[in-house]
Design a protein around this ligand. Structure first.
Ligand code: BG6
Length: 490
C-alpha cells in the first residue's frame, strides 16, 4: 500500500451531500483504520466564512450514532473531527485555492517522512455548474508536490450534464485539465453490496453461465421505488427528473452488469470495456415503450413551476441488440412517492417446455436480487408440495443476508467508493466513454419530454404508481402479478 501524506479535500463542505454522505463515510473509514491519522488530514472548503470548530459542529450530528452513544464512541467522533481543517474561499478565484494549497502543504511538510508522498484527493460535493472552474483552480493551484511524488485525484458526482451535448462539453472541459485516470465519477449504486456481487454471481457460478441468455431468460426487470417525494430537493429535481436522476445512471449501470459479456479480467478497463459494448448495443427507445408519471402535489413545492412536465415516475423497455439478448426486454422502472422503498432486480426465466405437471400457472423460475432494504438473493423454484399428493408449489432458495451473515455490517456505498479512490481502483467508477454511451440512449427521449411532446400522467402519492404503466407492459405481452412484478401470460 502507498504510504505518505494523504490529504482529502471536501469541496462544498458545508453542503448537504458532504454532511450526509461524504463526512460520515470518511468517519467510518477512519473508525475501521483505513484512514491513518498519522498520515491523513481532511480539509473542508466552501464559501461560507466559518471556523474549523463551526464546521466540525455542523458535521458532528451526522456522525454520532444516536442516543445511546457510549463515551468511547463520542471520543472517537471528537478525534476524527480534530483531523478536519476548514478553509473558506470562492470556487472561481485563485486566492482561496492558493490558501488551500498552503494549508495542505503545511500539513504535508509536518507529516512527511523521507519516503512520504503527497497524495491529494479532491471530492467535489458541489453542483456540476462549478466543476469546470473548480477543476481549473485545482489544476492551477493545488496539484500534489511532484518533488514528493504521489498523486492528485478528483471525485465528481452526478449529474454529469443534462444530455449528450452538455455532458460531452463537461467531459471535455475536465478532460483538458485531468487525465481519465485521475477522474473518479461516482455512481453510488456501484458501491452497493449486491451490485458488487453481480459479477461474482454471474461469472463464478456454473449454474448461471449456460442459462444467461435469450434462450432461457424471458425478461429482466430492474426496479427502484421510493416512498417519499422530492422533499426539499424540488428545485434540483425539477431540472432533471427521474430518468436523469435514477434511470440513466443507477439502473443503467445495473443493466450493464447483468447484460455484459465476461470481462477478460477484473481490471477496471476490461470491465468497463464490456459495459460500453452493452450500452452501445441498446436500441433507440420507442415512445410506445415508455410510460411517465408525476405524483399529485409534486408542483406544490414553491421551487417547482406549476406547469412542470418533469416525470417523477418512469417505466420503459430497453432492448439490447446482440446475440445474447435479442428479444429479451429489460424493463426499467423508477418512481418517487410510491407505496414502498425498494430496489431490486428480477430475472424471469422462460417456461419449461412440455410441462407435465401443469404447474405453469404457479409461476416460473425467477432470480430476485434485492439491493435494499434487507439485501437478499433468492431463486423461485417449483417443488413438490410436501405430503402424499403429487402436486407442485412454488418455493424459494433463499439467501437473506441478515440471516446468513449475522453480525456482518454491510458497508455504505460511499465508504467503499471513497476507499477505492484512495487506493486508485476505478473499477466501480464511470468512464468517460461509458457516460457518453449512456447519454446517447436517453437524450432523444429526454428532449421530447423537455419539449412537452411526451407527458407524465398524474398518480396518487403513496400508490403503486400510475395504473396506465401496467398497460405498457400488458401491450408488451406481460401481465401484472403480486403488485409489482410482471409475468407474461401463460
Ligand atoms: C440519488 C438520487 O442518486 O439516489 C436521489 O439523486 C435518490 O433522488 C437516491 O433518493 C437513492 O439512493 P439510495 O442509496 O437511498 O437508494
Amino acid at each position: 500500500a502507498e504510504t505518505g501524506c494523504l490529504s482529502i479535500v471536501v469541496l462544498g463542505a458545508s453542503g448537504d451531500l458532504a454532511k450526509k454522505k461524504t463526512f460520515p463515510a470518511l468517519f467510518n473509514l477512519y473508525r475501521q483504520r483505513f484512514l491513518n491519522p498519522d498520515e491523513g488530514h481532511i480539509f473542508g472548503y466552501a464559501r461560507t466564512k466559518i471556523s474549523d470548530d463551526e464546521l466540525r459542529n455542523r458535521i458532528r450530528g451526522n456522525l454520532v450514532p444516536g442516543k445511546g452513544a457510549s463515551g468511547e464512541q463520542l471520543e472517537e467522533v471528537s478525534k476524527f473531527l480534530q483531523l478536519i481543517r476548514y478553509v473558506s474561499g470562492s470556487y472561481d478565484s485563485e486566492e482561496g485555492f492558493r490558501l488551500l494549497d498552503k494549508e495542505i502543504s503545511k500539513h504535508e511538510f509536518s507529516k512527511n517522512t523521507k519516503e512520504g508522498s503527497s497524495r491529494r484527493l479532491f471530492y467535489l460535493a458541489l453542483p456540476p455548474s462549478v466543476y469546470p472552474s473548480v477543476c481549473k483552480m485545482i489544476r492551477n493551484c493545488c496539484m500534489n508536490k511532484s518533488d514528493l511524488g504521489g498523486w492528485t485525484r478528483i471525485v465528481v458526482e452526478k449529474p454529469f450534464g443534462k444530455d449528450l451535448d452538455s455532458s460531452e462539453q463537461l467531459s471535455a472541459q475536465i478532460g483538458e485539465l485531468f487525465d481519465e485516470q485521475q477522474i473518479y465519477r461516482i455512481d453510488h449504486y456501484l458501491g452497493k453490496e449486491l451490485v458488487q456481487n453481480l459479477l461474482v454471481l454471474r461469472f463464478a457460478n456454473r449454474f448461471f453461465l449456460p442459462l444467461w441468455n435469450r434462450d432461457n431468460i424471458d425478461n429482466v426487470q430492474i426496479v427502484f421505488r421510493e416512498d417519499f417525494g422530492t422533499e426539499g430537493r424540488g428545485g434540483y429535481f425539477d431540472e432533471y427528473g427521474i430518468i436523469r436522476d435514477i434511470i440513466q445512471n443507477h439502473l443503467l449501470q445495473i443493466l450493464c452488469l447483468i447484460a455484459m459479456e465476461k470481462p477478460i479480467s477484473l481490471t477496471p478497463e476490461h470491465i468497463r470495456d464490456e459495459k460500453v459494448k452493452v450500452l452501445q448495443s441498446v436500441l433507440p427507445i420507442k415512445d410506445e415503450e415508455v410510460f411517465l408519471g408525476q405524483y399529485d402535489g409534486y408542483t406544490d413545492d414553491p421551487t417547482v413551476p406549476d406547469n412542470s412536465n418533469t416525470p417523477t415516475f418512469a417505466t420503459m423497455i430497453l432492448r439490447i441488440h446482440n446475440e445474447r439478448w435479442e428479444g429479451v426486454p429489460f424493463i426499467l422502472k423508477a418512481g418517487k412517492a410510491l407505496n414502498s422503498r425498494k430496489a431490486e432486480i428480477r430475472i424471469q426465466f422462460k417456461t419449461v417446455p412440455g410441462d407435465i405437471f401443469k404447474c405453469q400457472k404457479q409461476g416460473r423460475n425467477e432470480i430476485v436480487i434485492r439491493l435494499q432494504p434487507s439485501e437478499a438473493i433468492y431463486m423461485k423454484v417449483t417443488v413438490k408440495q410436501p405430503g402424499l399428493e403429487m402436486s407442485t408449489i412454488q418455493s424459494e432458495l433463499d439467501l437473506s443476508y441478515q440471516q446468513r451473515y449475522q453480525g456482518v455490517t454491510i458497508p455504505e456505498a460511499y465508504e467503499r467508493l471513497i476507499l477505492d479512490t484512495i487506493r486508485g481502483d476505478q473499477q466501480h467508477f464511470v468512464r468517460r466513454d461509458e457516460l457518453k454511451a449512456a447519454w446517447e440512449i436517453f437524450t432523444p427521449l429526454l428532449h421530447r419530454i423537455d419539449n412537452g411532446e411526451v407527458k407524465p400522467i398524474p398518480y396518487r402519492p403513496g400508490s403503486r404508481g400510475p395504473e396506465e404503466a401496467d398497460q405498457l407492459l400488458e401491450r408488451a405481452g406481460y401481465v401484472l402479478t403480486h403488485g409489482y412484478s410482471w409475468v407474461p401470460p401463460t
